[in-house]
Design a protein. Structure first.
Length: 414
């Protein structure tokens, strides 16, 4: 038997109700903030990602699904969305159209990571990008939008972690100090961190290994390297978060994996998620648009994993299953023929979903199926009903049964 590829998954009918609920909610919620949907292709030139994400990052150095196509083009399945949105922003000259552009997306991403619960090789993300403003108010809009989104989804115990990584200059100076500090511990570091120490020491801050976390506790903090305008920017954000009652924690180890971030970075975690605890992550990327050959334009966004959101919602045990409303029981061929027009009419009502038996089973089996589907009403059609032009409608919650004439049936369910 052919099975699905490791790290991918089938989303089965018993899960898709929740997925659809979440996706609909994302569209509705983000539109409330004035964001418009953008859809970019599933694959792009490999160059786009190596130039934006950074060649030393895990994503570019070892996780991308890349191939050379028959025309000799080097292509990659999208491992993250911001680079594609920025590519589209530049290509379609959005900077000339509006001073501020607010985009959101929902799409699949592909990374060859080590699969585990909450971490897949194909996964779904939604995210937003606000392009055009460098003021802290824009950061607040983005961070609070992410936070309120999860509150709306009734997730409790959210943890907002924020940090500022300043300008490119700040990062360069900090990288040097961190390297100097960690050199004293080089022998104690894991092989992975030893390698990172030379090329990308900031990534060591992400370590999940206890003795490395202990070493890092005494490491220099990037926040102490910020220039004054960046410091002020960060303080304004923290003050505003307090004003809108969003609790935060400054996490000195939070630097995010990708090269293009600057100033504000943040993540929202849920303690329902176990080791893959980040629901979403984002930050400013004031240099990226220029880096990808557009006009120098500040921007900020976040990306959020939908699988992790679903895992967290499942743990909260809210019930999102959607059942059909009506099950039509037909007894005999004439009743089946008769039911076709009744179903057509009932389904014209946008709020009704109607199911019937296509296996020609007996009354008992059809009733059993209706119970299993948890419908609110059953309509029974037999020879008598056809003769009298009346249908039997059974309310499955109360158990009561009544006869309704056929020409009143739509009215009955309005
Ligand atoms: P990133 O694009 O790495 O900043 O990730 C943003 C969010 O996407 C994370 O907080 C996760 O919720 C989700 N995410 C990232 N990588 C994966 C993955 N391999 N599988 C499932 N979700 C992921």
């Amino acid at each position: 038997m052919i099975r699905n590829i490791k790290g991918t998954k089938d989303i089965l009918p018993n899960e898709t109700d929740l997925w659809q609920y979440v996706e609909n909610h994302i569209h509705d919620f983000l539109k409330k903030f004035g964001y418009s949907e953008i859809r970019t292709p599933m694959f792009e030139e490999t160059n786009l990602f190596s130039r934006s994400i950074g060649s030393e990052t895990d994503i570019v150095s070892k996780e991308m699904y890349s191939w050379i196509d028959q025309g000799g083009n080097n292509l990659t399945l999208k491992p993250e969305s911001t680079a594609s949105v920025v590519r589209a922003f530049n290509q379609h000259n959005f900077a000339n159209l509006n001073k501020i552009n607010r985009f959101y997306y929902i799409n699949s991403l592909f990374r060859r990571e080590r699969p585990q619960k909450g971490r897949y090789r194909q996964f779904e993300q939604f995210g937003v990008e606000a392009i055009g403003s460098d003021s802290p108010e824009q950061d607040i809009e983005i961070i609070s939008m992410a936070y309120f989104f999860y509150e709306h989804m009734k997730l409790s115990n959210l943890k907002l972690k924020v940090n500022s990584i300043g300008s490119l200059e700040t990062r360069k100076n900090y990288k040097k100090s961190l390297q100097d500090f960690l050199m004293d511990y080089e022998k104690e570091l894991t092989d992975v961190s030893k390698k990172r120490l030379k090329v990308n020491p900031l990534r060591i801050l992400d370590t999940k290994i206890d003795f490395e976390i202990n070493i890092i506790k005494n490491a220099p903090k990037i926040i102490d390297y910020l220039e004054d305008p960046d410091k002020k920017h960060f303080e304004t954000i923290l003050n505003s978060l307090e004003k809108i009652n969003i609790k935060y924690e400054i996490d000195h180890r939070l630097v995010r994996g990708l090269d293009y971030y600057s100033r504000t970075v943040f993540e929202i975690h849920s303690d329902l998620l176990g080791s893959q605890a980040a629901l979403c992550g984002g930050g400013r990327y004031d240099y990226l648009i220029k880096e990808l050959s557009g006009p120098s334009t500040p921007a900020i966004g976040f990306a959020a994993g939908i699988e992790r959101l679903i895992i967290a919602m499942d743990k909260e045990e809210h019930n999102f299953s959607i059942n059909p409303d009506i099950y039509i029981i037909t007894l005999g061929q004439e009743a089946i023929d008769y039911s076709l027009n009744i179903m057509k009419e009932l389904r014209l009502n946008d709020n009704l979903s109607v199911v019937s038996d296509t296996l020609k089973r007996n009354l008992k089996s059809q009733m059993k199926e209706a119970n299993k589907l948890n419908v609110s009403h059953v309509i029974i059609i037999g020879d008598n009903e056809i003769k009298n032009k009346k249908l039997i409608v059974k309310n499955m919650e109360t158990g009561t049964q009544e006869e309704i004439s056929i020409n009143k049936i739509s009215q009955y369910f309005k």
